[in-house]
Design a protein around this ligand. Structure first.
Ligand SMILES: NC(=O)c1ccc[n+]([C@@H]2O[C@H](COP(=O)([O-])OP(=O)(O)OC[C@H]3O[C@@H](n4cnc5c(N)ncnc54)[C@H](OP(=O)(O)O)[C@@H]3O)[C@@H](O)[C@H]2O)c1
Length: 208
């Protein structure tokens, strides 16, 4: 980012560690006094250990929720005082269309082509994150803060052994769009890659 002229500063953060979350918020407070955009991007899948629904190891389920759901809530709550100090803050929860009950139950959805084996931890964590998004958007509706869920689409990253057909940059563009929404932009929606509806590389609001 610095090579491209950005004034970038890294902050160490483990979203599952309350002390780490608090320290990151304190650092941002002392360095900047406010936060304009929070992208809750951290996510894990549980991998092959997730198993079939009937064989879900609770330890894997708990670990995935710790990062994907509880982590997003912990970081958001720690950062909210800073976000409220910004003129028009944006919160982006990086979700997925596999968290969309509509997409996952649509027999016409191209998601079927991925032949994803049924499993509970990752998809249900993203469904939970979607509802978390809706609830924060409702609480903050009378403020300038907008809260949305992002669907980056199927991107080649370490999360899926680089099997995705979109690039990480294309996925990140979805978060950037939501983090820089104008004042009349939406709040409380799932927005991003519309593979399920509009073909490659079109974007818009997805059904929950
Ligand atoms: N790739 C896709 O096709 C796809 C599709 C839909 C949604 N998503 C979502 O996009 C987001 C980014 O995933 P990705 O594809 O870029 O996967 P990735 O390459 O595996 O990146 C995941 C990121 O999460 C961070 N992370 C994991 N646990 C963390 C924790 N406890 N505290 C802080 N950071 C933590 C990792 O940090 P370290 O590297 O330091 O561990 C890593 O930077 C995730 O929320 C994922 O669910 C991805």
């Amino acid at each position: 980012m610095r090579d491209h002229g950005g004034d970038a500063h890294p902050v160490q953060l483990d979203v599952t560690d309350e002390k780490s979350v608090r320290s990151a918020a304190e650092w941002i407070d002392s360095a900047y006094g406010r936060l304009d955009a929070l992208v809750n991007n951290a996510g894990i899948t549980g991998g092959a250990e997730s198993g079939a629904p009937s064989a879900t190891p609770l330890a894997t389920l708990r670990a995935v929720y710790e990062t994907n759901v509880f982590g997003a809530i912990a970081v958001t709550n720690a950062m909210l005082p800073l976000l409220r100090r910004a003129p028009a803050a944006r919160i982006v929860n990086v979700s997925s269309e596999v968290g969309s009950l509509t997409a996952m139950t649509d027999p016409e959805s191209p998601l079927r082509n991925l032949n994803l084996p049924p499993s509970v931890p990752y998809p249900s964590s993203k469904s939970a994150l979607n509802m978390v998004t809706v609830m924060y958007a409702a609480e903050l509706a009378d403020t300038p803060i907008k809260v949305n869920a992002a669907n980056p689409g199927y991107c080649a990253t370490g999360l899926n052994g680089n099997s995705g057909f979109r690039t990480a940059e294309q996925g990140a563009e979805v978060s950037v769009h939501l983090a820089t929404l104008p004042d009349d932009g939406p709040s409380g929606v799932l927005w991003g890659d519309l593979w399920t509806e509009g073909g490659a590389n079109s974007s818009g609001v997805l059904s929950w």
